[in-house]
Design a binder for this molecule. Sequence first.
Ligand SMILES: NC(=O)c1ccc[n+]([C@@H]2O[C@H](COP(=O)([O-])OP(=O)(O)OC[C@H]3O[C@@H](n4cnc5c(N)ncnc54)[C@H](O)[C@@H]3O)[C@@H](O)[C@H]2O)c1
Length: 282
Amino acid sequence: MDVRRIGVVGLGAMGAGIAQVAIEAGFDVVGREVSDELGTAATERIGHFLTRKVEKGRLAQDARDAALGRLRTTTDVSELVDCDLVVEAIVEELQAKRALFVELERFCRRDTVLATNTSALSVTEIAAATASPERVVGMHFFNPAPLMPLVEVVRGELSSDDAVATALDVVDRLGKVAVPCHDTPGFVVNRVLIPLLNDCVRVLDEARVSPEALDAAMTNGAGWPMGPCTLLDLVGIDVHVHASEALYEKLRETRMAPPPRLVAMRNAGLLGRKSGRGFHGY
Ligand SMILES: NC(=O)c1ccc[n+]([C@@H]2O[C@H](COP(=O)([O-])OP(=O)(O)OC[C@H]3O[C@@H](n4cnc5c(N)ncnc54)[C@H](O)[C@@H]3O)[C@@H](O)[C@H]2O)c1
């Protein structure tokens, strides 16, 4: 399908980033939030990021204004009726996503492709809430979406070739790198990265090194662009623990389970960059 209008449901950290990428690439975007205030706040955040690009000389002022002009927000799911593709980026909870997809199926055209940005839930289980699972795929963007090139395009058990092809085409037109994959827990990147980061946290105690020393070890010895503790602080300790628990539940591999040290940090509100303190202070 030749996608022109994209719906984005949930304009939080990921949804607002996805909406920004889409309007910059020339798509019309309808963003849906649960309140007008959240819709307006997301529009302002996107406008702010685009203004910064203008100030840095990476975007022309009129291109910024035209991009923002392509974004409309609403609280009403029925306003997604004209969208060719809808990307869901609401909370990472299976029941909430399944309920939303039932609503999307009710209001969207029959040929609209419905995509979920889930990190660790099953695309197939989300799709199974609908009567048309063939049009449901995963489009897993990485945080922050405007900067990270990868989008995993996930084929659920019943996804059609057409739905997958539409998602791949959109990723290409967004200027991103698509990696198509099947619907397995954690897909590609998180399947590798989550147990690896959990190992890093366990090594802190086993090798009795500080977070600073572990970061120095992995950046200088393994060539990582960022140390694991700095990366966990950036991702959010709560987000990582939640994704670890989801993967552990599915795979039952002990390396997937969040280390107790991370769970304690999450419980104490040491969430990383967003709370001002995690492994490091901000
Ligand atoms: N944060 C990350 O690093 C990251 C990376 C890749 C994928 N994801 C996935 O993206 C999704 C969103 O994550 P996030 O970090 O942006 O979360 P977030 O909490 O920042 O944003 C979620 C937004 O969805 C809104 N919302 C909730 N229910 C809604 C509904 N029914 N309709 C419309 N809006 C609704 C909330 O008001 C909130 O603004 C999750 O599935 C998450 O697993 C997150």
